[in-house]
Design a binder for this molecule. Structure first.
Ligand code: ZN
Length: 97
C-alpha cells in the first residue's frame, strides 16, 4: 500500500516476522529517510489499523515539522481520529467530496 503525504509517497510494508527496534519488539514504525511505514502483519484487524494511523501521524508530524509532540499525544490523536472516522461514515463521505 502507498500513502501520499503532501509531496511524499510512503510505502507501507506489512512484515511476516515480528519487528524489533533497538532490541524492543514493536508493532510498527516509520522511517523518514526511506519514506516507509513498517507494520507487523500478525496484529488483530483493528489494532493493525490503529498502528498504521499512529505511524501515519508520525509521518505527518515530520512533514509539517511539528515539534515536541509526545508519543502519548500521537497515540491519543491517531486513535481518536481513527475512532471518529470509523464511527461516522457520513462525515468521511462529506470530507471526501
Ligand atoms: Zn510512535
Amino acid at each position: 500500500m502507498k500513502i501520499k503525504i503532501g509531496y511524499e509517497l510512503y510505502n507501507v510494508i506489512f512484515h511476516e516476522d515480528p519487528i524489533v527496534c533497538d532490541d524492543v519488539r514493536v508493532e510498527g514504525y516509520w522511517e523518514g529517510t526511506t519514506q516507509t511505514i513498517h507494520i507487523y502483519k500478525d496484529l488483530a484487524s483493528t489494532k493493525k489499523k490503529q498502528v498504521v494511523m499512529h505511524e501515519l501521524f508520525h509521518a505527518i508530524e515530520n512533514f509539517f515539522n511539528i515539534e515536541n509532540v509526545t508519543e502519548d499525544q500521537i497515540q491519543r490523536l491517531s486513535t481518536g481520529i481513527l475512532m471518529v472516522l470509523r464511527d461516522n461514515k457520513e462525515l468521511v463521505k462529506f470530507l471526501m467530496e
